[in-house]
Design a protein around this ligand. Structure first.
Ligand code: 6YU
Length: 504
């Protein structure tokens, strides 16, 4: 009986990002047949989005496999499909413990047009890494001296700087504090937070890093989506079909546990719905997306978990102005000793939030292309500007930091994740006061356990629902598998003597 029900159960997945695709894959493998994905846009992949800039493949969304090693399912799938370069597959690469921060070779430039020396900058990089490391420890200590990572670093850095760098001249000490400000902006991008003052200190350590040196997909990240989709039925996904309401608890006529209402008016009956829409979308639309509304504790957690913007600005040059071995460029403003990571006048100074660039490698493949990174409200403002203005501002910035007034980018292309109506930002982070309970609440299915209604009507997947790999592709993928497994376990637990109330 359970097997028959499993085969017949109607399951709708909302969203065709990696979590939705993963859920579908696992359900089909487990014997479910009536599975359908409704996707708002005309494509699969969601925040995995590969684009082109001239002849170059560029990633508009996810960039790296974070921690490519045996425990990372994205790595294992990418290896299985032959999507990675040999260097990424070596045991040495998989064994590297980088704790989320690849050991890239940097160049530093200051706003007065100077190239800064590693000797002057490395002590500040080390101090920052130490403070970030300590910030992760508060999660297991059960208490936090400050509400946010930003406040902790701002309190500790000057004390340690005064002690450690007392023999340095004042200008070197000041410049090192400016670099700490720059590193705070880097972390805004890494964590997808508008300011490190919004990143909860007690929850920061919830994120877990896997071993392995981050790697990219030479043919584009979307390759993993295409390969997964090729193993699924070709009519699985209905594109351009945004969902506007999930009616649960049998509130719609017809007696189905759930009815999914689409923007075009179509109403689809289902036994189970897996919601994979991004947290940014949920924050904006949860009050209309669910009938009856979500339980209060879930709504509060949706508010407490953060969802921020991190955008890329790709810039192509005729020739490089950075060192041949350089992998990352940090732009240090020499008036930013205060360790404040938000600009006060966004309209005039939004560009100050861009920490610098990563270098697209190898140059034989990409030519001379940099990827600028900018997070926060400054990034959201940048999205509203005409491309010409972004180009002008970036050009002025590079000329100022290099002291070379002739450098002219050949082409610029930027992402606009905040304006994307189906994403409303980039990825999630644990906000101030956030705890593991909030992530539990977010992924808790509806109706809550213990009620009399049919169980598992609405399930929740997506990167923001993963307890320790939130904000990543592997976290999203695992969340899709998790919710599919929840349904598999549910049907496996139904015994013939306890008839399940499914009508289908
Ligand atoms: C990673 C990386 N990476 C850069 C940038 C971005 C992200 N991530 P999806 O949104 O994919 O799918 C939902 C679908 O739902 C979508 O198709 C919608 O159209 C659809 N939808 C919405 N509403 C709907 C409706 N009403 N009806 C129907 N459909 C609807 N991750 O592993 N490596 O390098 C980066 C990066 C610019 C924007 C990233 C990266 C995040 C991933 O892209 C993301 O988690 C998953 O793709 C999400 O998949 P999904 O299925 O959940 O949603 C130490 C420490 C600190 C902690 N953090 C460290 C980690 C750092 C993360 N770094 C990321 C960095 C970059 C550069």
């Amino acid at each position: 009986m359970a097997l028959r029900q499993r085969l017949d159960s109607q399951i709708i997945i909302i969203g065709c990002g990696i979590s939705g695709v993963a859920a579908a894959q696992r359900l089909f493998k487990s014997g479910f047949r009536n599975v359908r994905i409704l996707e708002a846009t005309a494509r699969s992949g969601g925040r995995i989005k590969t684009g082109r800039m001239g002849n170059n493949i560029i990633e508009i969304g996810a960039n790296w496999i974070h921690g490519p090693s045996e425990e990372n399912p994205v790595f294992c799938l990418a290896r299985h499909y032959g999507l990675l370069e040999p260097a990424a597959l070596t045991p040495e690469n998989q064994a590297l413990e980088i704790e989320g921060h690849p050991p890239w070779l940097p160049n530093w430039f200051s706003s007065s047009g100077q190239k800064l020396s590693a000797e002057d900058m490395t002590p500040a990089m080390d101090l920052f890494a130490e403070l970030l490391d300590e910030s992760s420890d508060f999660e297991s200590q059960g208490g936090e001296p400050f509400a946010s990572v930003g406040e902790y670093i701002r309190a500790q850095a000057p004390l340690r700087a005064a002690e450690r760098w007392k023999d340095e001249d004042a200008s070197t000490r000041a410049l090192r504090l400016c670099l700490i400000t720059n590193m705070l902006k880097v972390e805004c991008c890494v964590n997808g937070t508008p300011t490190m003052d919004q990143l909860g200190l007690g929850a920061f350590g919830m994120y877990k890093c896997l071993p392995g040196l981050d790697c990219t997909f030479p043919g584009g990240y979307e390759g993993i989506i295409k390969n997964l989709m090729s193993e699924l039925p070709s009519d699985l996904v209905t594109y351009r079909r945004p969902v506007c309401c999930v009616h649960w608890n049998g509130t719609e006529r017809g007696g189905n546990p759930v009815t999914v209402e689409c923007v075009d008016g179509e109403r689809i009956a289902a036994d189970h719905v897996i919601v994979t829409v991004p947290l940014g979308y949920l924050k904006k639309h949860h009050s209309t997306l669910f009938r009856p509304p979500l339980p209060l504790h879930k709504m509060h957690s949706i508010q407490r978990i953060g969802f921020g913007t991190n955008n890329k600005i790709f810039v192509e040059f005729d020739s490089p102005w950075w060192d041949a071995d350089c992998e990352v460029i940090y732009l240090v403003w020499d008036d930013e000793e205060n360790m404040v990571d938000q600009v006060s006048d966004i309209q005039r100074s939004w560009i100050k939030k861009m920490f610098g660039f990563t270098v697209l490698k190898p140059s034989e493949r990409y030519g001379h292309v940099l990827c600028g990174w900018i997070a926060g409200h400054e990034s959201e403002y940048m999205e509203t500007l005409p491309e010409q203005e972004v180009t002008h501002t970036v050009t002025q910035l590079i000329r100022r930091f290099t002291g070379n007034p002739t450098i002219t980018p050949r082409k610029i292309l930027r992402s606009q994740w905040f304006q994307d109506p189906w994403t409303c930002g980039s990825y999630s982070y644990p906000g101030r006061g956030c705890s593991a309970q909030d992530l539990d609440n977010l992924r808790e299915p509806l109706p809550a356990q213990g009620t009399q209604s049919q169980p598992l009507q609405v399930l929740f997947a997506g990167e923001a629902t993963h307890s320790c790999y939130y904000s990543t592709v592997h976290g999203a993928l695992l969340s899709g598998w998790r919710e599919a497994d929840r349904l598999v376990a549910h049907y496996a637990s139904i015994s013939p003597s306890e008839p399940h109330r499914s009508k289908l």
